[in-house]
Design a binder for this molecule. Structure first.
Ligand code: UD1
Length: 345
């Protein structure tokens, strides 16, 4: 689809946001970026410029700043918003819940108020598989019952889904991400965690790069085949492409929406699982990294991490059929791209 439509991307210099900006451009959209640089770096803009062939519009600002948002809408008249700007560290959210509710919930409301006032009625929202909590069975479907969140971070995603569903003036594609990893194949952009990484892949690649002494596998006594937790790891480029498919869908005037019992989707608020449909244990990920890169990972199996879900992976039937999207990159590609990126950092 080519359109030249302006799409506002909040958090567009972050990990998933920056890859999505590239995919939007490739699909003929014009991304307009707002990012407060809280957990991202301005150098990402230079990398985007070199990959895109032009410097995308960027405003340093916060979604809680209604005046900045309003100025952006008046100047660029975006026809839809992809809302990435949010905090995402589970542990930090337990230590500082107010910061999470303020940024992730109040920030969303602030954005919606400006969108409504400016007549912009379309949004793709970054939700998370965290809304499922510890699922009763796997793979999880969109209709799988959601459980009380295990952290304030998870609670903000659940609340955001409720807010978006209630605001029926806004058409929403709500994407529940599983575990995004990897980097752009050029290694010009990737994940840039500030400080000590919480997530598995950046910790693993930093360990192999010698920045961390060793990786601790959190728990080897879970009820899984090898005793370690299972997740659905998805390449960030596949995830970015899912956002373009969701934006495309928002511009289809006649969408047919078939909803299974238990799926919260309506004709204005559609939920999709964005994963590969395959779960890998932590030890399988380490083995995949070693065979994809030829590098050894120094690791120990340690204690469980509080709040970890044992096993979760996606049922992707709905997203495959309705959005016409499926993940294409395998675990080996995810590991190679993550390692190439780490070596450039
Ligand atoms: C969690 C959230 C996810 C959120 C993400 C953002 C859940 C179920 N998932 O992902 O929604 O978007 O944080 O940060 O709440 N591990 C180790 N050693 C490490 C780090 C991780 O063994 O040093 C293990 C974890 O126990 C887990 C797996 O690796 O089994 C993935 O962990 P991580 O990358 O932190 O992501 P999640 O906790 O799954």
């Amino acid at each position: 689809m080519t359109s030249n439509r302006n799409i506002l991307v909040t958090g567009g210099l972050g990990f998933i946001g920056s890859h999505t900006v590239l995919c939007l451009k490739d699909a003929g959209y014009t991304p307009i970026i707002i990012d407060n640089l809280h957990n991202s770096r301005i150098e990402v803009l230079d990398a985007l410029e070199s990959l895109m062939g032009y410097r995308p519009v960027f405003v340093q600002g916060d979604v809680n700043d209604a005046a900045v948002l309003q100025g952006l809408f008046e100047m660029y008249r975006p026809e839809a918003v992809i809302h990435f700007a949010a905090h995402k560290a589970v542990g930090e959210s337990v230590e500082n819940p107010l910061m999470y509710y303020h940024n992730n919930v109040v920030g969303l409301i602030s954005l919606l108020e400006v969108m409504k006032a400016q007549g912009c009625h379309k949004m793709v929202f970054s939700s998370s598989c965290t809304v499922y909590g510890e699922p009763e069975s796997v793979p999880v479907k969109e209709s799988t019952v959601t459980r009380p969140a295990a952290s304030p971070y998870g609670a903000t995603k659940q609340m955001a889904e409720v807010i978006l569903k209630d605001n029926t003036w806004c058409e929403v594609q709500c994407l529940r991400y599983f575990n995004p990893v990897g980097a752009h194949p050029t290694a010009k952009i990737g994940e840039l965690p500030l400080g000590v990484p919480n997530n598995l892949i950046p910790f693993l690649t930093q360990t192999v790069a010698g920045i961390r002494e060793k990786l601790t596998v959190y728990g080897g006594d879970y009820n899984t085949a090898d005793g370690t937790c299972i997740r659905d790891y998805i390449h960030v480029m596949d995830l970015a492409e899912a956002h373009v498919a969701a934006i495309d869908r928002l511009f289809i005037t006649q969408r047919s929406v078939a909803v299974e019992d238990g799926d919260p989707s309506t004709d204005k608020f559609e939920v999709f699982n964005i994963g590969t449909g395959v779960g890998y244990s932590v030890l399988e990920v380490i083995a995949a990294f070693e065979s994809a890169t030829g590098e050894k990972v120094n690791y120990v199996v340690g204690n469980r991490r509080a709040g970890d879900v044992v096993a979760v992976w996606a049922d992707t039937k709905k997203v495959n059929q309705v959005l016409g999207w499926s993940a294409k990159r395998d675990l080996s590609t995810m590991m190679k791209d993550a390692w190439n990126w780490q070596q450039r950092c």
